[in-house]
Write a protein that binds this ligand. Structure first.
Ligand code: MYR
Length: 131
């Protein structure tokens, strides 16, 4: 289950990914240490997400398979959806500014939530632990 309070533990290739996303160095340095916390609450095919970081606090509701809008901390707007494949959440989001695709997955492995990202051939991971 994805339910619970998750706190960022470590990143893999996240700065490279953000660079590909066009985020400047100062923001990348800050974002690499954003103390991201995510609370996930799944009820059937609906999710309630609380996101807390050095940048902002927000709450998002989405339904699997239903397109919604999401803005990154730097204001970049995305539109897309999550679906469930087995035990994996798979997200496909398009940037509104250039139409390019950002894909992401979430999976729980052991006591960790692993979120993977791909944009224009660059992969990254953010790995969370329960708190
Ligand atoms: C959620 O489920 O938490 C809300 C929807 C998330 C949409 C996709 C997230 C992509 C985040 C990419 C971070 C990139 C920073 C450059």
């Amino acid at each position: 289950t994805f339910n619970g309070n998750w706190k960022i533990d470590r990143n893999e290739d996240y700065e490279k990914f953000m660079e590909k996303m066009g985020i400047n160095m100062v923001k990348r340095k800050l974002a690499a240490h954003d103390n991201l916390k995510v609370t996930l609450e799944q009820t059937g095919d609906k999710f309630h997400v609380k996101e807390t970081s050095a940048f902002r606090n927000l709450e998002i509701d989405f339904t699997l398979g239903v397109t919604f809008e999401y803005s990154l901390a730097d204001g970049t707007e995305l539109s897309g959806s999550w679906t469930m494949e087995g035990d994996m959440l798979k997200g496909a989001f398009n940037r509104k500014d250039n139409g390019k695709l950002l894909t992401t997955t979430r999976i729980v492995q052991g006591d960790e939530l692993i979120q993977s990202y791909n944009y224009e051939g660059v992969d990254a991971k953010r790995i969370f632990k329960k708190y």
